[in-house]
Design a binder for this molecule. Sequence first.
Ligand code: FMN
Length: 152
Amino acid sequence: MEIGIIVYSQTGHTKAVAQKLQASLTDQGHHASIQSVELVNDKDPLTLKTLPDVTPYEVVVFASPVQAFSLAVPMKQYLSQIGQLNDKKVFCFITQQLKKAWMGGNHALRQMQAACKAKGGQVSWNGGVNWSSEKREEQINNIVESIGRMIS
Ligand SMILES: Cc1cc2nc3c(=O)[nH]c(=O)nc-3n(C[C@H](O)[C@H](O)[C@H](O)COP(=O)(O)O)c2cc1C
């Protein structure tokens, strides 16, 4: 299956989780590629240098950090500009520093879900990683295994 893992990552956490997911999906026999959402200039979160195309993929995974108790602005900006998600299987995950999902993670996932819905997409599953939590590795494995299971 053609899978696009579309990531915004400022300091590398979200990208590291995406790479684990990519490796696992590749082991399962899928063709999974990571596409990065990048900024022209770190000081301007609204102007994107790259706008990955969702068209080639049957499955799309959107991944972003939480910033200021919300979805990071570049991912929000990106999702408002993508093409239609109808007929695609969609997954989302976030990473956040703080230990509790209510400290921005839940809100960010709701924002991703609404943005996908606005493009005709239904999010099949979403998850989060609390980077400072002792459960971090467990949470990362849960994302990798849950998405892997739901695709196969
Ligand atoms: C500007 C900014 C705001 C942030 N706000 C939050 C927040 O509200 N809640 C939280 O849990 N973490 C917050 N963080 C931490 C990041 O969500 C966390 O470190 C994340 O894993 C970073 O992912 P990345 O390395 O892929 O950019 C913030 C980080 C930055 C840079």
